[in-house]
Design a binder for this molecule. Structure first.
Ligand code: FAD
Ligand code: NAP
Length: 323
């Protein structure tokens, strides 16, 4: 028979938002259950140096997330390796179904499902995914020792990926669609001063070029955005770093969303359009998208869930007393 589990607070997601919510909810004696999803630790597990987490001049992303998990566990969070594949927010208790077959019911839900890498959407990109096309330099950079690689994007991720790849590749070409980067100035400074890096401004990638025997990338076809002139950059690896989209698939038909799927929360709050459902971190934040802001929102969500439960439990006790 399939398992079922009831909790006062179900936290979905194990990035900085989820683990911080777990620490606060546990310390509020709410005995939360946290479901980790397929990426335990979230996005920071696919990066290396994190240099803006207060208290650590430099910390490895995966190490930081292991510490957050340990903290949540130590204060009493039940952490479950499962992935929620559907959720019903239409009535309380809310009900979520895990891939494991477990049904979770909860009096309040904190959604902290974060964001996922965006792809260009080219058929050739899809064809070579895992065969030279990647969205994770930390995961795949090692395969390009002594080879040439191309990175596309102009944000923090693209610049960090490009810099990381200089540890392995003989040359890193960053292709960007404008003539300035949106990445932090300190990262830009490092990029511009790295002799292995070339920047191709005002270009987009139209096609990933490669062969099938053996299957692999041989280059990318790029186009100048003003002149339309097409050229090819030879490379063995192509890294896509054009941003992230909120992981709101689970709830997009049940909660109000905006700006391409970000869950809407009330001003200065993590309350969503459904009472008792709170959203924190990159799932709801289209502006800052940082570990520290996600953690801050996780804290807010747990405090708001605590208040919501206290008010509801008081109301139902009052209702029963009046009967
Ligand atoms: P995420 O970290 O995205 O975690 C989402 C979690 O939800 C995951 O655990 C996933 O398994 C889980 N999940 C998703 N769907 C489900 C589901 N259906 N069921 C159960 N669980 C689910 N920020 C910084 O401040 N400093 C940095 O140096 C920095 N470097 C970065 C480098 C890279 C390469 C990237 C991609 C991002 C970086 N960021 C950095 C941004 C930072 O990682 C994010 O802002 C932060 O991780 C968001 O936290 P989150 O908790 O909202 O979600
Ligand atoms: P981002 O800031 O949204 O940048 C995406 C980049 O990709 C932009 O330069 C954008 O170009 C480009 N782009 C988007 N769609 C494209 C397309 N179809 N074709 C070509 N180029 C395209 O995303 P991100 O760099 O992944 O960062 C996401 C968030 O995580 C940010 O808030 C960032 O600060 C945070 N983060 C922080 C750190 C850090 O603190 N060290 C590290 C990584 C990420 P335009 O510039 O023209 O829009």
């Amino acid at each position: 028979m399939a398992d079922s589990k009831h909790t006062r607070v179900l936290i979905i997601g194990s990035g900085p938002a989820g683990y911080t919510a777990a620490v606060y909810a546990s310390r509020a004696m709410l005995e939360p259950v946290l479901v980790q999803g397929i990426q335990p630790g979230g996005q920071l597990t696919i990066t290396t140096d994190v240099e803006n987490w207060p208290g650590d001049t430099e910390v490895q992303g995966p190490d930081l997330m292991v510490r957050m998990e340990a903290h949540a566990r130590a204060v009493g969070t039940e952490i479950i390796a499962d992935h929620i594949n559907s959720i019903d927010l239409s009535k309380r208790p809310f009900m979520a179904l895990g891939d494991s077959g477990t049904t979770y019911t909860a009096d309040a839900v904190i959604l902290a499902t974060g964001a996922q890498a965006k792809w260009l959407g080219l058929p050739s990109e899809e064809h070579f995914k895992g065969f030279g096309v990647s969205a994770c330099a930390t995961c795949d950079g090692f395969f390009y020792r002594g080879k040439e690689v191309v990175v596309i994007g102009g944000g923090n991720t693209a610049v960090e990926e490009a810099l990381f790849l200089t540890n392995f590749a003989s040359k890193v070409t960053l292709v960007h669609r404008r003539n300035e980067l949106r990445a932090e100035k300190i990262l830009q400074h490092r990029l511009f001063n790295n002799p292995k890096v070339e920047i191709v401004w005002d270009h987009v990638v139209d096609e990933v070029v490669g062969g099938d025997t053996p299957k692999g990338v041989e280059g990318v076809r790029v186009r100048h955005v003003q002149s339309g002139e097409v050229s090819e950059i030879p490379c063995a690896g192509f890294f896509v770093a054009i941003g992230h989209a909120p992981a709101s698939e689970l709830v997009k038909d049940q909660l109000e969303t905006h700006m391409g799927g970000y869950v809407v929360t009330k001003p200065d709050s993590t309350e969503t359009s459904v009472p008792g459902v709170f959203a924190a971190g990159d799932l709801t934040d289209h502006i800052y998208r940082q570990a520290v802001t996600s953690a801050g929102m996780g804290c807010m969500a747990a405090l708001e869930a605590e208040k919501f439960l206290a008010e509801n439990e008081a109301e139902s006790a009052h209702g029963q007393a009046a009967e």
